[in-house]
Design a protein. Sequence first.
Length: 648
Amino acid sequence: MTAMLDKLRLDRLTKRAKGEAVTVSLLFTLLAVAITLLVLYGAYFGLITALILRSQFFSLVSCAGLLYIGLNARSGSVRLLCYALAPVALVPGYHLWASYLDIIMRGAMATPPDLFIFVGLMAVVLVLARLAVGWALVVLVVLALAYAWFGDLIPGRYGHGGYDLRRLASTLMLSTEGVYGLPMGVAVEYIFLFALLGTLLMKVGTGEVFVDIARGLTGRMQGGPGLSAALSSAMLGTINGSAVANVVTTGTFTIPLMKRVGYSANLAGAIEAAASSAGQILPPVMGAAAFLMAEIIGVPYAQIALAALVPGLLYVLALMVAVRLEAGRLGLERDTEAGWALLRQTLLRRGYLLLPLIGLIGFLIAGYTPTRAAVMSILMALLISPWSRQTRVGPVDLAIVCRDTLLSTMPIVAAVAAAGAVIGVLNLTGMGLMLSGLIVNIGGQNMWAILLLTALVSFVLGMGLPTSAAYLLLAVLVAPALTRLGVPPIVAHMFIFYYGLASAITPPVALAAYAAASISGGDANRTAVEAVRLGFVKLLVPFLFATMPGLLMLGTGLEIAFSIVLATIGTVGLTIAFAGWLGRPMTRTERAAVAVASLLVVWPQAVTAVDPVTIVARAAGLAGMALLLYRVMLGQGPAAAPYDSKAS
C-alpha cells in the first residue's frame, strides 16, 4: 500500500483526497489478500465448485480493480462511475454463491432478478475491460452481444433465430460457458497463482539473481551487457510472462548499461524488447497461455511446456547470436565488472533463491498438478526468505506481494472475462466454426495460403491484447481452420499463439518496444523495427511447425533431431544475414546468398521427405552456407561498408 500511496503523491492532495486515497488503498490491499487466500485455498484443496469459485474471484478482482482505477482516474465522471460499479461487481459472486442450489434445480434458467444482475455484470465487464485493457475487447463484446440479439435480422447462413436477454443471462452468467467459463477458470487456477509465485520470487530477489547470473556468463564477452540483457530478460520471463512488465523490470538496469558500453538508444531498447518478449513463449508460464492451451486441447500441461521448449530456446539462441554480431560490428566494450567471479559469488551467496523454481520443475516431473506444484513452490519461497536479512519477507511484505500480484493480473482478468463473454456468444450461435470455415473457403486446400491467412488474422486480432486474451480469441476463431486441414491441434494452436503475440514488438502496436524506447530515450518506431530484425524468429518459426513438427517434440526421435538441427542452422544463418557482419562486414551479395541458403535449409517440406527437389534444395543450402561462411571467415572477397541498421 505504501508504494501505491507514494505514487499518488499525498503531499500534493487535499485533506479529503488524502483520506480517500488511504481508504481506497487499504480496501484494495485487503481485497488483494482475500483474493490470494481464496485462490490458494481453491488451488490446494479444490473443494469449491467451479462456478462459485470463478464468480467469487471475478467479483473480488473487478471490485478491487474498479476502486483502483477510480482512485487514479483524472476525470471526475470516470471516478464516480468506477466507485458506483465497485459494489455492483460484488453482487454476481454473492448471488451465485447464495442461490447455487436453486440455480441448479431450475436448470440454470434465468429469472427476472437474474436479468438485472446480468445487466450489472456486463456493465462491470465492459467498463473494466475498457479502462484496464482498451477499446478492442469492448468492441468485440458489444458486437458479439448485438449479433446474438439481432441474429434473426441477418439473412443467409450467418443468421440465426436470435437470443433474448434471458437466454444470454443463462449462458453467460449462470453457467461455465460465458464470463465464468474456461478462461476465468484458468485465471483463478493458474494465472493468478503463478503471478503470485513470480511476484514473491521478485520480492525475495530471484530477479536480481537472474541478472547477475547472466552478467557472470556473458559479461566478459564483447558487447556483454547486450547478451546479459537478452539472457536475463529471457530467464526472468520464465516466471513473469509479460513482455511489457519484463521490459520495465529489467530494462531499467540493462538499457543504461548497454548504452554505457556503446549501444545506441534504439538498439539497446530493441534488444531489451526482443529479449523480454521471449518470456511469452518460454515455459513454464508462457504468459499463462500454456495452461489455457492444455485445457482447450485437452492434453497434459507438461506436454505443452515440452513442446514450447525448443522453439523458445531457438528464439533466445538467435537473439543472442544477433546481439553478439551487433557488438562485433560496432566494436563495443566489455562489462569489466562482470565475469566468472560474479557468477561464482552469486551462486554461492544467493543461489538458494533459485530453489523454488527448481522445486517447481521437480514437482511437475514428480506428477504434481501445476496448481499444487505452484503452491508448494510458494511455500518453498516463504521458507527460504528468512535465510538472509535482505530476502526476509514479513507480513507487510506479503500484503504488498498480494497487492502487486492483483495489480499485474487485474488487466488479464478483465480481458478473460470479456473474452469469455465473446466465446460464450460464439459457441451459442455457432459463429466460431463459421469464421474458421470462411478462412478455409478463401484459402481453398492450399496449406500455405491458409497459413498466411491465419497468420494475418492472428496478428490483427492479437494487437494490443494481453497474451491470454489474444490466444483465447484465436483458439476459438482461427485454430479450427488449421485443424480442419489435418494439422495436429498442438501445431495449430502454437502457430496462432506465436502470431497472436507478435504485436509486442511489431508496429503499429509494439507495446514492449515502445516501453523500452521510453527507458532508452530512443525513437519508438525505430526501436520497434530493430526489435523485429532481432526477433524475426518469432515470425519464422511458426511456419516451420507445419513442416517440422519435431520442433514441438512430435514424431520419432530421428524426426525431432533433424527438425532441431535444420531449424537451428536456418535461423542462425538468417541471423547472420540480417546482422551483415561475421568477423568483418559482409557485402550485400554475401548477405543475400546466406539468406537464400538458410531458407533452402528449411525448405518447406517434411524433414522425412525424400523427393529429389527437397534433397537437392537442402543439400545446396547446407553446402552454399558452409562455403560462404568459410569464405567470409577467411576474409576473402571485397569488404563492404559497415552495415547501417537504420537503413535496414
